[in-house]
Design a binder for this molecule. Structure first.
Ligand SMILES: NC(=O)c1ccc[n+]([C@@H]2O[C@H](COP(=O)([O-])OP(=O)(O)OC[C@H]3O[C@@H](n4cnc5c(N)ncnc54)[C@H](OP(=O)(O)O)[C@@H]3O)[C@@H](O)[C@H]2O)c1
Length: 250
């Protein structure tokens, strides 16, 4: 068991990064509540390790999230680590803007976290401890082409994590912000554009676990992509737009 956590709640655990993270924590002796919509995939995951407890939900349904949180507390006693990872990627440019699709992305990527925070924060405040990790993306650093739904949702998550850290650290609650670059998961398998420095979900989870164990605020990887994007982030808009315009477009 890791010294840091006995129990964890992971959303978006049916595939990709969340699934790999659930397995890794379970193998380390952590009892993991695994959430997503696909009950079948969660049952398969739970069958893969006895420390995994399926906790199906749709993160966009507030009452569902609150009820699932209560069920996990009843089972585990308390949640030491919550990784809010559920997310969707809907590639869309301004030319084919669809407000309903953009709102849906915001509802899952940002609203899903907001729904989970409502029961999580008071439970952690009472204990005066706990760790909350929000999964955003390097795509939230600045506007990017074809990301009119996704990038604003991830920028909102970055801002949310910054506020949470400032408000919760003085109560003994650790807040982390996970900003991956490209990771090979079902989410990126739909992409037909170049994805530089793509890493496997195993490598992503290595990096995530290392950062979470250290209580690091921002866990961003791979460093070559992050370094370039962080530099672009501080450039004046005129430079930023002229560099990004030259990137290959689909
Ligand atoms: N892969 C990348 O390159 C990359 C890069 C940066 C950031 N990220 C972020 O990393 C996180 C995990 O992504 P991934 O790459 O592992 O993608 P993934 O394999 O597509 O996983 C997404 C997970 O979110 C769950 N999910 C989606 N909508 C949901 C909802 N309404 N309620 C509950 N669960 C929901 C999915 O399960 P169900 O469909 O079963 O509900 C699935 O478990 C996401 O937040 C993503 O934005 C990924």
């Amino acid at each position: 068991m890791t010294a840091r956590w006995q129990t964890a709640w992971i959303t978006g655990a049916s595939t990709g990064i969340g699934c790999e993270l659930a397995l890794r924590l379970a193998r380390q002796g952590v009892r993991v509540a695994a959430s997503a919509r696909s009950e079948e995939k969660l049952a398969e995951l739970a069958a893969a390790h006895p420390n995994i407890f399926p906790a199906p939900l749709d993160v966009t349904v507030r009452e569902d999230v609150a009820a699932t949180h209560a069920r996990i507390i009843a089972e585990f006693g308390a949640i030491d680590l919550a990784v809010m990872n559920a997310g969707v990627w809907d590639p869309m440019g301004a030319e084919d803007y669809d407000a309903a699709r953009a709102a849906r992305t915001m509802e899952v990527n940002y609203g899903g976290i907001a729904n989970a925070l409502e029961p999580l924060i008071p439970a952690m405040l009472i204990r005066g401890k706990g760790q909350i990790a929000l999964v955003s993306s390097v795509a939230g650093y600045r506007g990017l082409p074809k990301a009119i739904a996704y990038a604003p949702s991830k920028a909102a998550v970055i801002s949310l994590a910054e506020v949470l850290k400032l408000d919760l650290e003085r109560h003994g609650i650790v807040v982390s912000l996970i900003n991956p670059g490209f990771v090979d998961t079902p989410m990126t398998r739909v992409n037909d554009f170049p994805m530089p420095f793509m890493v496997s979900s195993e490598a992503a989870v290595d990096r995530i676990l290392r950062g979470l164990e250290r209580g690091q605020f921002e866990i961003a990887f791979p460093w070559r992509l992050v370094g370039a994007l962080k530099l672009l982030r501080i450039l004046p808009y005129s430079f930023y737009f002229s560099v990004v315009r030259r990137l290959p477009r689909t």
